[in-house]
Design a protein around this ligand. Structure first.
Ligand code: NAD
Length: 411
């Protein structure tokens, strides 16, 4: 099942639990606007190349639409649609005043030079600048884009609209980025994990963790779990996987990777099969890489008691069913990885205020938002006698439905 079908299925299930009116249900599912533009740029060799850019703005009932822009050869309009919709529910779960959006350009960023990437980003911004904005739609980095990409968007947008740092988040600190933004998703994952474990009378130091993916989210989650005394017994990235039953020395592993070493060559553990990692013996499994990695082929063999979905939609609906039957507790993506968009919100607030928060304040506020959202999700689980995924979906969908009704959508 593709990402859009899976997201729609979860939404419809939540709408049924909430008893939403069928017309409202239908209108919440339909995106507000889908933008498709051709971005033609001169390449460094003098030839012309054209790339298709997308921006799906799903819903703005609760505030400006918010979501990342990815550069990837397989940017697929259906997936962008699903991710835009997920952002609507995610911002509502986090209770930040935003709607949802997502975008991307079908290109292979590794095959483009810095100046080609800059030209492409500027042309894309020229094509969509009238449709994004501080109070309309606020992009952020995603796969294949970074703080530099946001700096170019900010600069190009500001040529049309005046200096506008709040038009994007995930910017470099020198251009109004927030302290703590880089670590925010991984830190949020750890706050979410703490809230979940506390519910079962457990804590990080007594748990063994397996982490798939050692990029921004995975490495920060691993570092913070290690700092808190948790044992990370296996990690993987695109190059391979490494395990140590006594716990990997994460600061050493980070040093090894920063020194351009390959993860699987790390001397502080034994190399292992990447596919085996997801079914490796542990208490908590944290997928921090791709979507759909837990599926009907491997779900029955998962040994973890808890899964914290740091990646977007890592568990496909078949796996969800198999894992639920096995009694595995899954903390869903629309809550577990919401730390990034929450600190993006803090960045936007700081830009609008023209004021820079201390990192400690950012981290403390993030913890407060993550803990509050967990409590709200548990409230929905209790009211509707449902699992955490449906607790999160009903919470998000209900908040957006209420805002939509209060605005008077039938007029
Ligand atoms: P990243 O590009 O920094 O890291 C991705 C990591 O996954 C890399 O270490 C890569 O080597 C690894 N990887 C890729 N394919 C793999 C495979 N087959 N097996 C094992 N590892 C593999 O990306 P990121 O920003 O850390 O994002 C990771 C996930 O978290 C994505 O699903 C993303 O959508 C989601 N997410 C990220 C943020 C954020 O703020 N960065 C926010 C919300 C959700």
């Amino acid at each position: 099942m593709n990402a859009l079908a899976a997201t729609n299925r979860n939404f419809r299930h939540a709408a049924r639990i909430l008893g939403l009116d069928s017309k409202l249900e239908k209108s919440l599912l339909i995106p507000f606007r889908e933008i498709k533009v051709e971005c033609t740029i001169p390449k460094d060799d003098g030839t012309l190349a054209s790339y298709v850019g997308f921006r799906v703005q799903h819903d703005n009932a609760r505030g400006p639409m918010k979501g990342g822009i990815r550069y990837h050869p397989e940017v697929d309009p259906d997936e962008v649609n699903a991710l835009a919709q997920l952002m609507t529910w995610k911002t509502a779960v986090a209770n930040i005043p935003y709607g949802g959006a997502k975008g991307g350009i079908g290109c292979s960023p590794r095959d483009l030079s810095m100046s080609e990437l800059e030209r492409l980003t500027r042309v894309f911004t020229q094509k969509i600048h009238d449709l994004i904005g501080i109070h309309t739609d606020v992009p952020a980095p995603d796969m294949g884009t970074n703080a530099q990409t946001m700096a170019w968007i900010l600069d190009e947008y500001s040529k049309f609209h005046g200096h506008s740092p709040a038009v994007v988040t995930g910017k470099p600190i020198d251009l109004g980025g927030s302290l703590g933004r880089e670590a925010a998703t991984g830190r949020g994952v750890v706050f979410a994990t703490e809230a979940l474990l506390a519910e079962y009378g457990k804590s990080i130091p007594e748990m063994r963790f397996v982490i798939q993916g050692f990029g921004n989210v995975g490495s920060w989650a691993a570092k913070l779990i290690h700092e808190r005394g948790g044992k990370v017994v296996a990690v993987s990235d695109i190059t391979g996987a490494v395990k140590n039953p006594n716990g990997l020395d994460i600061p050493d592993l980070v040093k090894h990777i920063d020194g351009r070493g390959r993860l699987k060559d790390f001397q502080g553990g034994d190399a292992m099969d990447m596919n085996e990692l997801l079914v490796h013996d542990c208490d908590v499994l944290i997928p921090c890489a791709l979507g759909g990695v837990l599926n009907r082929e491997n779900a029955a063999d998962v040994k973890a008691k808890f899964i914290v979905e740091a990646a977007n939609h890592p568990t496909d609906p078949d796996a969800d069913e198999i894992l639920s039957k096995k009694g595995v507790i899954i903390l869903p993506d629309i809550y577990a990885n919401s730390g990034g968009v929450t600190v993006s919100y803090f960045e936007w607030v700081q830009n609008i205020q023209g004021f820079l928060w201390e990192e400690e304040k950012v981290n403390n506020e993030l913890q407060r938002y993550m803990t509050r959202a967990f409590r709200d999700i548990k409230g929905m689980c209790k009211t509707h006698e449902c699992n955490l995924r449906m607790g999160a979906f009903t919470l998000g969908v209900n908040r957006v439905a209420r805002a939509t009704l209060l605005r008077g959508w039938e007029a």
